[in-house]
Design a protein around this ligand. Structure first.
Ligand code: ADP
Ligand code: DAR
Length: 346
């Protein structure tokens, strides 16, 4: 394939960091699992409106294509993969925070998720059909062994009726389908085979299987008790890693298909109603930028806010521990609530 032609409108990390010279130096490389540069960049080529534009196909992608991936990682995470090492800390006893909204005046719900992929398997973009089914069996068998408040059931997408699927998506439990970025990256191949969702009876602990990552491990509940949500997630991840080995790199932390999720692979978010700040978006964004918070809509990535409700979460995932990222998010939410209160009293 010749050097791609990026349209003028393209502002992705891919088009900013892939020079013709770098393309020529990497285009002949292939990982042990057969993953190539063209596969790595396909999503960003087919979707020139991508923000990043690349997806790794296996652990080796992060070393073999490091001349392209390292600058993208450095820019997004403000972390230098050549000189820094990721640190992980999921110990809830280190998380000294209070509920930023004990009277439930602003925060509707809290959700904290981590992405994980199984060591010794390719990542999603490069998983063969048979490998994806093996991953599904290993993960669903492990989930079936969980007990107590984590006990639940795995629901395969194959055979799930449309009404149930729609309800789970609208209730924010299940992943959306048909994402064009994931499609181009090869993450939707053989859909819906091998995909599904596990959840406990209260739907406060859920696991997505074989979406963008092989596992998205999720703890969520109504209200703003961020510490309780984190504690449940930490306990669940601890149980799973007794039985499963996750792809982990000393420099980059937990490895994921998208480089934006490396490190903790964690997104800690609240759905929060801020109608007055919604009318002062410059001030809203200034507070979020200062606390390195990301603003999403009520249906997650690529969606809009509704009725003054926003999805606010940590933006950084790499070079920061899980405890530090949750603490930073909580501090940012506290300031947003203080500002919303001030605006409502003015
Ligand atoms: P991810 O968080 O896994 O990167 P998305 O941003 O697409 O993926 O969000 C996935 C789903 O989780 C969406 O339905 C979104 O509305 C829901 N969600 C995210 N944060 C919260 C929250 N704090 N409370 C309830 N639902 C949430
Ligand atoms: N849409 C892709 C990925 C951006 C990060 N979000 C993920 N990984 N879900 C893009 O390059 O814009």
């Amino acid at each position: 394939m010749p050097y791609p032609k990026f349209p003028e409108s393209c502002h992705s990390a891919l088009c900013r960091h892939l020079s013709p010279e770098l393309y020529d130096s990497l285009k002949g490389r292939r990982t042990r699992y057969g993953y190539t540069l063209d596969q790595l960049i396909r999503s960003g080529i087919e979707n020139p409106d991508s923000s990043i534009g690349v997806y790794a196909g296996d652990e080796e992608s992060y070393t073999l294509f490091a001349p392209l991936l390292d600058p993208i990682i450095r820019e997004y995470h403000h972390f230098d993969p050549e000189t820094e090492r990721h640190r992980s800390d999921m110990d809830p006893s280190h998380l000294k925070i209070e509920n930023p909204d004990p009277d439930n005046r602003f925060i509707l719900s809290t959700r904290i998720r981590v992405g994980r992929n199984l060591h010794c398997f390719p990542l999603g973009p490069n998983l063969a059909r048979r490998e994806r089914l093996i991953v599904k069996c290993m993960v669903s068998d492990t989930l079936r062994e969980l007990s107590g408040d984590l006990a639940g059931r795995y629901y395969p997408l194959v055979g799930m009726d449309e009404a149930t699927k729609t309800r789970l998506i609208e209730d924010h439990f299940l992943f959306k389908e048909g994402d064009r970025f994931l499609e181009s990256a090869g993450l939707n191949r053989d859909w819906p085979e091998g995909r599904g969702i596990f959840h406990n009876n209260d739907k406060t602990f859920l696991v997505w299987v074989n979406e963008e990552d092989q596992l998205r491990i999720i703890s969520m509940e109504a209200g703003g008790d961020i510490r309780r949500v984190f504690t449940r997630l930490s306990r669940a991840v601890g149980e799973l890693q007794k039985r499963l080995t996750f792809a982990f790199d000393e420099r980059l932390g937990y490895l994921t298909s998208c480089p934006t999720n490396l490190g903790t692979a964690m997104r800690a978010s609240v759905h929060i109603r801020l109608p007055r700040l919604a009318k002062s978006m410059d001030r809203f964004r200034e507070i979020c930028d200062r606390h390195e918070l990301q603003i999403r809509g009520v249906h997650g990535e690529h969606s809009e806010s509704e009725g003054g409700v926003f999805d606010i979460s940590n933006r950084r995932r790499l070079g920061i521990t899980e405890v530090e990222a949750v603490r930073q998010m909580s501090q940012g939410i506290t300031e947003l609530i203080e500002e919303e209160t001030k605006l409502s009293e003015s």
